[in-house]
Write a protein that binds this ligand. Structure first.
Ligand code: BGC
Length: 746
């Protein structure tokens, strides 16, 4: 470790080895801090690469830096820490932040893909390994989980989300933060997590990133806030404010959100970081007239640390001097930041010794990445059980498409530290699988998923015509989703659909594997293909995972964490919609093609439908096929009536009625028939992953406490209301055995 070379004002804190920090020592540090040092702790700098800029060196020495973002070269990170602990007056170590979103060096499926696993344990494991690997680079803080409810597939960041449902997102968001933070933050390999983006960021108008959100308070509380409340209750170390404007007040200056809800209502003790320059952007929003007022609004609302922009450093001293910002507010922010540093053990061990941690990309990490990718894939269609493919009856397989052998594109968005040279592609995995068993005709056909060049179509058609089956590996390149990568149309880009047409014309059955960062509108594609496996962006081990699924070494078990629309015009479309006064029904639905010419003006079926597409989604939330079938029988409810505070036990006999093993995700939904505010037609309340061997059965039991039925009423009070409830237990949001019960106060 570097030696202590400059100690202008010796104190007990300026050497990391001097003593162990304790919370009361934090109070003493706080008492000795100058105003500039305090504001420094509230400021996060951008790393700017190597060599470390003189500005950053000096700023750290002067105690003007609380955190550095995006520096992951270990020797540089250790040098930054050395500057902080040995050359700044008070020796306060740094938070080193990085977006570790779905892996560090080993890349797991994108979060939306992980959500399709409906497996908290898998999500937790992926985050745990991501933390272990990130910690080898000295990273001690990640900006994940992103728990924005995402109901608009046009939004590029849906890829980074855990889907559309508040319950699923809460369970998996908590699993993810627990994976990052471990059971103790100070343990080697645990890193602090960040619940983002508080709040409503996923509801941007027309699915454009950063755009305005208008979310009534009742909906905000019932839909958008629950995952954040769950994360706060589970001890997430930090929160991040959203870029977006929420009902006229941008989140990064929104005191109601940051103070009244988060601190006063939820009693959250961690700190809030702004998003990247989002404080400065308060002026762009037209909310603050200049950076000084932006700093005022942000600090006053409860943003404790500023990411990258410098309005705090530049203006807080003046605002404090003018008495506009209370010093206690500054102390409270700094105290929380110091607390986290202490909890992470940084006062004792600011430096990273990577040799104490497992080597990134080791075989165990890769195996877990493969298992996660297997669990994430969703089988959307499987005509005549074409899948799994039997190697015994295959002589020749055509592998076609721009994503079949592209190590980079399968990784997905937010992979700063992932290196595609470690990716295992579908082509290489299938070549290994079929070696000595069947021939492969590979034609990449299109350079990218966006290409309109059909030059190689002829070759692809010939290769398909000569094969027993055509495996088309298509979808979206990773750059088409993620931050600021939104789409107005969400079909297969480029001329991929024309490629499908041409291959379909050969008569060779098509198995379509789609890699994408969002749901795609593939209604017109479905009739042309025999099977569809939706793989999201599956990560480093995507190839072997997909190959195992295609050839029956593994079985598909993922279920959709988000509704797939038929057409983009249906968006927003999600299963937990409200009923409306004229709900869509089959009887009421009229397609425009069936309206007689010169019909008199009527309101037709008078229902909440479109004229040019069916009102149902293409694939509903919770949907996913297996290689076997599951039946649900003998639904039993412990009560027909119960009182508030009691628990309903629900059980069902689940049978694997097919002849292969499988894993089912049993989903429990309810509908509260009458509420003081209208309730969704269905709400997920619980789920379980159950492995069942072919031909076997198992009772699946859920305990549904009446607390789980609570919602925010008209007065924004969280309450369970008495009345009638419907309940469904099945393998998807649109199927299942139905029961009913009543909550009474008699
Ligand atoms: C994103 C955040 C991210 C931050 C730091 C922003 O642009 O919105 O989610 O954590 O950058 O990279």
């Amino acid at each position: 470790m570097p030696s202590n070379i400059s100690n202008e004002a010796p104190s007990e804190m300026n050497s990391p080895t001097a003593t162990s920090a304790k919370p009361d020592m934090l109070i003493s540090i706080l008492a000795r801090m100058t105003m500039e040092e305090k504001i420094g702790q509230m400021s996060q700098y951008f790393g700017h690469g190597e060599p470390i800029s003189e500005h950053l060196v000096q700023s750290i020495r002067q105690g003007r830096v609380g955190s550095v973002i995006n520096e992951v070269r270990l020797h540089t990170v250790n040098e930054l820490q050395r500057l902080a602990v040995e050359e700044s007056r008070l020796g306060i170590p740094l938070l080193i932040g990085r977006d570790v979103i779905h892996g560090f060096n080993t890349i797991f499926p994108i979060p939306l893909g992980q959500a399709a696993s409906w497996c908290a344990e898998t999500v937790k494991q992926c985050a745990h390994i991501s933390a272990l690997e990130a910690a080898t680079a000295g990273v001690n803080w990640t900006f994940a989980p992103m728990i924005d409810i995402s109901r608009d597939p046009r939004w590029g960041r849906i890829a980074e989300s855990l889907g559309e449902d508040p319950y699923l997102c809460s369970v998996l968001g908590v699993a993810m933060l627990q994976g990052f933070q471990g059971d103790e933050l100070r343990k080697n390999g645990s890193i602090a997590a960040c619940a983002k983006h508080f709040a409503g960021y996923g509801a941007g108008e027309s699915g454009r990133d950063y755009s305005t959100t208008n979310i009534p308070e009742n909906e905000l509380r019932n839909v958008y806030l629950p995952p954040f409340k769950a994360a706060a209750d589970a001890g997430v170390a930090t929160f991040m404010s959203a870029f977006s404007d929420l009902n006229g007040v941008p989140a990064s200056g929104n005191k109601w959100l940051m103070t009244e809800i988060l601190r006063e209502e939820w009693d959250y003790k961690g700190f809030v970081v702004s998003d990247w320059e989002s404080i400065q952007q308060l002026t762009t929003h037209g909310f603050s007239k200049d950076n000084k007022n932006a700093a005022y609004e942000a600090s006053n609302s409860g943003i404790d640390m500023e990411m990258v922009s410098s309005t705090y450093l530049d203006h807080l001293p003046e605002l404090i001097a003018e008495g506009r910002i209370d010093i206690q507010q500054i102390d409270s922010a700094v105290n929380k930041i110091l607390q986290l540093k202490w909890q992470l053990g940084l006062f004792d061990s600011p430096y990273t010794d990577a040799s104490l941690l497992p080597t990134p990309l080791n075989s165990q990490h890769l195996q877990i990445a493969k298992d996660a990718a297997i669990k994430s894939c969703v089988l959307l269609k499987n005509d005549k059980n074409i899948l799994p493919l039997s190697t015994e009856s295959l002589h020749c397989v055509a592998i076609i498409g721009p994503l079949a052998d592209d190590p980079y594109e399968q990784l997905g968005t937010w992979i700063f530290d992932g290196d595609s040279q470690h990716s295992q592609t579908c082509l290489t995995a299938i070549e290994q699988e079929l070696s000595g068993k069947a021939n492969i005709n590979y034609v990449k056909t299109m350079e990218t998923s966006r290409s309109y060049d059909q030059t190689n179509f002829k070759q692809a058609v010939e290769s398909a015509a000569a094969a027993d089956v055509a495996l088309l590996i298509l979808g979206e390149e990773s750059i088409l989703s993620g931050e600021a990568h939104c789409r107005a149309e969400i079909g297969l880009p480029g001329c991929q659909e024309q490629l499908i047409d041409r291959i379909a014309a050969t008569g060779t059955p098509i198995v379509l594997v789609i890699m994408a960062g969002r749901p795609l509108t593939i209604e017109t594609v479905l009739p042309k293909v025999a099977a569809v496996l939706f793989a999201w962006h599956p990560g480093t081990m995507g190839g072997p995972a997909i190959s195992d699924l295609l050839f029956g070494k593994a079985f598909p078990s993922g279920k959709l964490p988000v509704t797939f629309p038929r057409k983009i015009g249906q968006v927003p479309i999600y299963y937990a919609q409200k009923h409306s006064g004229k709900p869509a029904t089959e009887a009421a639905f009229v397609h425009m093609d069936d309206i007689p010419v010169h019909s008199p003006q009527t309101s037709l079926g008078m229902a909440a439908t479109h004229l040019d597409t069916h009102f149902s989604p293409l694939f509903p939330f919770g949907f996913g096929l297996a290689y076997t079938q599951f039946s649900y029988r003998n639904l039993e409810l412990s009560h027909t009536t119960l009182h508030i505070g009691e628990t309903l036990t629900v059980r069902v006999l689940l049978t694997n009625t097919g002849d292969t093993d499988g894993e089912e995700i049993a989903q429990l939904y309810i509908r509260d028939l009458v509420g003081s505010v209208t309730r969704p037609v269905k709400e997920l309340k619980d789920f379980k992953r159950i492995k069942l061997a072919a031909g076997t059965s198992k009772w699946v039991t859920f305990e549904l406490s009446t607390d789980k039925l609570a919602f925010y009423d008209r007065n924004m009070q969280l309450k369970t209301e008495t009345g009638q409830f419907h309940l469904w237990l099945g393998g998807c949001s649109q199927s299942g055995m139905q029961g009913e019960f009543e909550i009474t106060d008699d």
